[in-house]
Design a protein around this ligand. Structure first.
Ligand SMILES: NC(=O)c1ccc[n+]([C@@H]2O[C@H](COP(=O)([O-])OP(=O)(O)OC[C@H]3O[C@@H](n4cnc5c(N)ncnc54)[C@H](OP(=O)(O)O)[C@@H]3O)[C@@H](O)[C@H]2O)c1
Length: 330
């Protein structure tokens, strides 16, 4: 079987497309013939070695996979069942989806929900799942469309693009926050953003511990100073879903927005999302939250051999939207 396997060498990280023996895959009781995977920011960090994602080497890359069950020792799955696996430490401590086969414990496997094809599930992938998870946590914490605009940072990325699509579909007024306002403004408006602004506008408005209120909440993929500046501009009992760290992992802020306005900072950790939530979020992604703009968000489909170059572009912040991996593409 073919796999994109990530090694640690004296010269740094190397991702190699190679033949491997199926028996050498990480352990599990469900064997899946992978048809599609996807490229997330975390995948790009793992493949390029720009981030410390793998806990051990070598491993097959790819935090996402969709395909058909080939063999199962668990009664819940039978050969031919179409399934999705995202997170669960794929490409961290076990082999991931950048390979013809994936072997995982049945506890990690989600049946493909009716209403999604295997391709669509990976066009969504961890990025869309995470946006769906954020939407769920925001709703659980009583964020409503009448509480004001929602700021989506890192807007042109996978999580950002799907968050805009799903939030606007759910009736929220969305402000897209992007460093690419000049060239991606039309794209972001086509997904449902009513305003597209540069991060500088948030940074400028968030210099004081409590700023003028502009937002009901946010979905933040960037972290760092941008998240710190957003919190003081969120209204009473509004919520921000903290998703990512594309702009930095340090958060220097004050407690003022939290204790004087009751703002919620909601952590999103998709890797270990509990199975009952996970299945419900996937059902919603196939149903009421199914993105309306899948085709304009996932515009690129690549093969395993293309991944090193694609991952370099993602780490450089050059790519707009999502990339799907067709495992059988030459
Ligand atoms: N918590 C979780 O469970 C979870 C799940 C999935 C992803 N994540 C994290 O969420 C973030 C987004 O993931 P993704 O898959 O959507 O990645 P992506 O498609 O690569 O998008 C990231 C976006 O962040 C912005 N960005 C990139 N580099 C930046 C920098 N140096 N400074 C400021 N902004 C920068 C860019 O948006 P603009 O150019 O439009 O500003 C870029 O499009 C990543 O940090 C990822 O690790 C977390």
């Amino acid at each position: 079987m073919q796999a994109l396997r990530i090694y640690k060498t004296d010269d740094g990280t190397q991702a190699r497309l190679e033949q491997m023996d199926q028996n050498d895959l990480s352990e599990g009781n469900v064997l899946i013939r992978v048809r599609y995977s996807s490229v997330n920011y975390k995948d790009a960090l793992a493949v390029t070695g720009k981030g410390k994602i793998l806990w051990r080497h070598p491993l097959n890359g790819g935090i996402d996979a969709a395909g058909a069950v080939e063999q199962s020792e668990d009664d819940r799955f039978a050969p031919g069942d179409e399934v999705v696996v995202t997170g669960y430490h794929l490409s961290e401590n076990r082999d991931g989806g950048y390979a013809e086969y994936l072997r995982v414990p049945a506890e990690c496997v989600v049946p493909l929900p009716a209403g999604l094809s295997l391709y669509e599930s990976m066009a969504i992938g961890t990025a869309g799942f995470t946006a769906g998870f954020a939407l769920r946590r925001l709703g659980d914490n009583h964020l409503r469309p009448d509480m004001g605009p929602i700021a989506v940072t890192g807007a042109t990325g996978g999580v950002g693009s799907y968050a805009i699509d799903m939030l606007s579909k759910a009736g929220f007024d969305v402000t897209a926050v992007t460093r690419k306002a000049d060239r991606a403004g039309d794209y972001l408006k086509s997904l449902g953003a009513s305003r597209v602004i540069d991060p500088e506008e948030i940074l400028e408005g968030g210099r004081k511990p409590l700023g003028t209120i502009h937002y009901g909440g946010g979905v933040d993929s960037v972290g760092g100073p941008l998240l710190a500046a957003l919190a003081p501009q969120v209204r009473q009992y509004g919520s921000i879903a903290a998703v990512g760290l594309a702009g930095g992992f340090k958060l220097e802020t004050t407690v003022m927005p939290f204790i004087l306005r009751g703002v919620n900072l909601l952590g999103i950790h998709s890797v270990e999302c509990p199975m009952p939530w996970r299945q419900q979020i996937w059902e919603d992604l196939a149903g009421r939250h199914k993105p309306d703009h899948l085709d304009s968000i996932a515009t690129q489909t690549v093969g395993l051999k293309d991944l090193p170059d694609v991952c370099e572009s993602i780490v450089a912040g050059d790519i707009v939207g999502r990339t799907v991996v067709d495992i059988d593409k030459a």
